[in-house]
Design a protein around this ligand. Structure first.
Ligand code: FAD
Length: 347
């Protein structure tokens, strides 16, 4: 018997889709990804991108407050034991993701800790192959495989992730450690300008580090950066090293000139990477319609339908614009409702 619904992906979109599918008696099977070195290096381990961050201050329902007792009660003991200690306040990314996972499991979601490496959409039921070679069939599929932020790959960048290095200004920019301090944004495209502009509301100065003598951003966006008195563009430079200490996290950056000038060191308490994201869609190439950046294409406005009937997409895998946990969860809910209604119409 084929599964009614298989959900691929384990970020906020996947777990929300599973919660809704389970409550609609669709008995979802969810693939949460494999625990491998490759996934660890890529930042795509089970529980998704939010599990890579510390404080989450913008997910509704988690105001500042001590969740310790609640976490002890809500999360299975064996999972709780391997989670880091709870901070003083609010919720952390890993805590929030474990809570979502537990909620989906409580409603009967079955979870397989493996990657789906192939989706055959030519026949129904759809056929899915996991990385261990096993195959599964499903009447409907929800793809919620997310995306990953691109990093430069510097050792120092990795060392200071969550200690001043971030890939999301909207998520982290308002944290106290960045307020009224100089910050650095790496990149020169539209999203780099957007990040720099957003950060300039909190920072004392935002240095934009760009390898060329002209921004790649559209003219209107470039002018926004150039005319913002708090943004200081470091033309023809690249990030050579993030400077810092274990105690203070990021304290500055060393920039290398691409125009043969001497290195520059700048004081900064944060470094924001804005060099794009890579959606986790390689295994879907040629199967589902994608945009030029390889994000899945929603084919009907206001719906989570993809180019293949019966396959739905939710979260960052189909969203290169909002990229927030709450928007991913919202579209996970939409995909589950779309799948439920589509399945009902097939009967
Ligand atoms: C460092 C950082 C901090 C952030 N902070 C915040 C914040 O404070 N607030 C906020 O709202 N947003 C934040 N975001 C953004 C937020 O994390 C994302 O928007 C959200 O996680 C997207 O959810 P998603 O469900 O689409 O997928 P993701 O979170 O990207 O998760 C998808 C997961 O599915 C799994 N998967 C992928 N491919 C496969 C496959 N083939 N088979 C099986 N499983 C697969 C992987 O485990 C993958 O990680 C942050 C992002 C980053 C990188």
């Amino acid at each position: 018997m084929p599964e009614k619904v298989i959900v691929i992906g384990s970020g906020p979109a996947g777990w929300t889709a599973a919660i809704y599918c389970a409550r609609a008696s669709l008995e979802p099977l969810l693939f949460e990804g494999a625990i491998t070195n490759e996934n660890q290096m890529a930042g795509t381990l089970p529980l998704g991108q939010l599990a890579l961050t510390t404080e989450v201050e913008n997910y509704p329902g988690f105001p500042a407050g001590n969740l310790e007792a609640y976490l002890d009660d809500a999360i299975a003991k064996e999972k709780r034991q391997i989670m880091g200690p709870h901070g003083k306040e609010g919720v952390s990314g890993p805590e929030l993701m474990e809570l979502m996972r537990q909620q989906a499991v409580n409603f009967g979601t079955r979870v397989i800790t493996d990657d789906i490496v192939e989706l055959d959409v030519d026949n129904r039921p759809f056929k899915l192959t996991a990385s261990d070679g096993k195959t599964y069939e499903a009447e409907a599929v929800i793809v919620a495989t997310g995306a990953r932020a691109n990093y430069l790959g510097l050792e120092s960048e990795d060392k200071y992730k969550n200690k001043g290095v971030s890939a999301c200004a909207v998520c982290d920019g308002a944290l106290p450690r960045f307020r009224n301090k100089p910050l650095v944004v790496i990149g020169g495209g539209d999203s780099a300008v957007e990040e720099a502009d957003y950060l300039s509301k909190f920072a004392s100065t935002v240095y934009m580090v760009h390898r060329r003598d002209e921004l790649r951003a559209s003219k209107i966006m470039a002018n926004r950066a150039i005319n913002n008195p708090k943004i200081d563009i470091q033309w023809c430079t690249v990030l050579d090293e993030v400077l810092g200490s274990d105690k203070d996290g990021v304290t500055g950056v060393r920039l290398k000139s691409t125009a043969g000038k001497p290195d520059v060191e700048l004081e900064a308490s944060g470094v924001f990477l804005a060099i794009g994201h890579t959606p986790n869609t390689a295994f879907l190439d040629g199967k589902l319609e994608m945009n030029d950046k390889k994000y899945l294409q929603w084919t009907t406005p206001g719906r989570t339908y993809t180019s293949v009937e019966g396959v739905f997409a939710a979260g960052d895998v189909a969203d290169d614009y909002y990229r927030q946990a709450v928007t991913a969860a919202g579209s996970g809910c939409m995909a589950a409702l779309d799948a439920e209604r589509w399945l009902a119409a097939q009967e």
